[in-house]
Ligand binder design. Structure first.
Ligand code: PMP
Length: 454
């Protein structure tokens, strides 16, 4: 396939060829790859990315949502420089005051959290959540939802993006491996649930309650398919009733739907919450927060007595292991704190939400003017463009949608200076201006015309 803008990105092609010699596929994360080759960036500022050929793009990838204030925000830079200056180093490997300050900030924002631990990625936060839940409930399996992503490790790399042909019944999906190198026991220990189907989910959980320690979910699947309110409230009730730990993976949604994440929007308290992305203000981070009974299982100061969980299960008296050389990194926490404090200022989040609505509305108007079926789907500051009017409530609905046309439009948009990974969702930042929004809407109109006139 020919891409109209290939001649513009010759420098990226060359860089990619070189990278391929020493990096598998030329990318440090598989998701960064797309045909004909990824675009290699050189620098960024505010809402704009500039590639190695000097092409400028309005950025809606925003490092998979992390850069909520746009690139190189002055307040964040200032906080990072000041922190390095003040501490005279980059990291100590000991406790320091920013850890306490950030933990207190999160406990203040999220009513579901009594305590917090920091990690270096969202992946590590969900991994720790699952281990805690298993230590607490002492049952061998976990349950997750079809189409939900929680990081790239064996326990949850199951049925994230399965081929429907071997994904089984909608109401009782199979566990499908997402990678080579995984074992059958990984699949056996991860039970798959159908998102937004309370009846079927409840039936599986009740049937297998003696095996399941935890249910983990993205309250908004892939950041843009929201849980129905009745579904997520019902799930909270069932997991409470069965003594199953409920984990919200808010790595994407935390600080992005509202500052307080999906749990604030839905008015639900999970037992554990994983955070990441925005929390690091552009630096690698994750955090796990939750109720004292669970979180304190990892305290090295815990006494030697045998604790008994709600379900009458015995848990061991050994502190749950959690470690990491860079956990609670001062530079990262300084960047994250500056980001969250800025988001909490009067009018910042409401303005960002308003701009997101403006973009969504403008895009829908253009597509509909051309008689094209299209809806934007999402909550808060993340949405996706779906070329269909059908309601989208889960992974299987998404597989029915025309992704090829969507990708063709995205390739035209790359040519027109609008960046998102082809087919990917849109994240907004406070750096996006009214002009950026108008330029984006106009570019979509040009892309649609090009496609219609092919
Ligand atoms: N959970 C969700 C919902 C995510 O979106 C991601 C990252 N895309 C992760 C976990 C993993 O986070 P990280 O990439 O920081 O390990």
């Amino acid at each position: 396939q020919e891409y109209s803008f290939e001649s513009k990105i010759a420098g990226s092609a060359k860089a990619h060829e070189q990278a391929k010699q020493v990096i598998p596929g030329g990318v440090t994360a598989n998701i960064k790859h797309f045909a004909p080759h990824p675009i290699v960036m050189d620098h960024a500022s505010g809402s704009r990315l500039t590639d190695v050929d000097g092409n400028q793009y309005i950025d809606y990838l925003l490092s998979y949502g992390a850069m909520i204030l746009g690139h190189g925000h002055e307040r964040v830079k200032e906080a990072v420089y000041q922190q390095m200056e003040q501490c005279g180093s980059f990291v100590f490997g000991t406790p320091h005051h920013l850890e306490y300050k950030m933990a207190q900030k999160l406990v203040d924002i999220f009513p579901s959290m009594d305590q917090v631990r920091f990690t270096n990625s969202g992946l590590e936060a969900t991994l720790l959540a699952i281990r805690l839940a298993q230590a607490y409930n002492d049952k061998p399996k976990i349950a997750k939802f079809e189409g939900h992503y929680h990081g790239g490790y064996d326990q949850v790399l199951v049925s994230v993006n399965p081929n429907i042909d071997n994904a089984g019944e909608q109401a009782e999906p199979n566990s499908v491996a997402e990678s080579s190198g995984m074992s059958d026991s990984d699949l056996d220990d991860t039970i798959i649930l159908p998102f937004n189907d309370l009846e079927a989910t409840g039936a599986i959980l009740r049937k297998r309650q003696d095996e399941i320690s935890a249910v983990i979910l993205e309250p908004v699947q892939s950041g843009f398919v929201p849980a129905d309110e009745s579904f997520i409230k019902g799930l909270r009730q069932i997991t409470d009733e069965l003594g199953i730990v409920l984990i919200f993976d808010e790595v994407k949604t935390g600080f992005r739907l509202t500052v307080g994440g999906a749990q604030h929007l839905y008015g639900i308290e999970p037992d554990l919450t994983a955070l990441g992305k925005v929390l690091g203000g552009g630096f690698p981070v994750g955090a796990l927060g939750g109720k004292f009974d669970l979180m304190n299982l990892m305290s090295p100061e815990r006494g030697g007595d045998i604790l008994t969980s709600g379900g009458g299960q015995k848990v061991t008296d050994r502190a749950l292991f959690h470690s990491g050389t860079y956990n609670g990194h001062p530079t990262v926490l300084a960047a994250g704190l500056a980001t969250i404090e800025y988001l909490e200022e009067d009018g910042v989040m409401s303005d960002l939400l308003r701009k997101t609505e403006q973009l969504r509305h403008g895009l829908e108007t253009v597509y509909h003017r051309y008689g094209l079926p299209m809806q934007t789907v999402g909550l808060g500051t993340i949405f996706n463009i779906i070329l269909s009017q059908e309601t989208v409530r889960n992974y299987r609905d998404l597989t029915e949608i025309d992704l090829e046309t969507r990708k063709q439009i995205d390739y035209e948009l790359l040519d027109l200076g609008i960046y998102t990974k082809p087919g990917n969702r849109y994240s907004m930042s406070t750096a996006h201006t009214e002009q950026d929004i108008q330029k984006t809407i106009d570019a979509h109109e040009v892309a649609i015309n090009r496609l219609l006139n092919q």
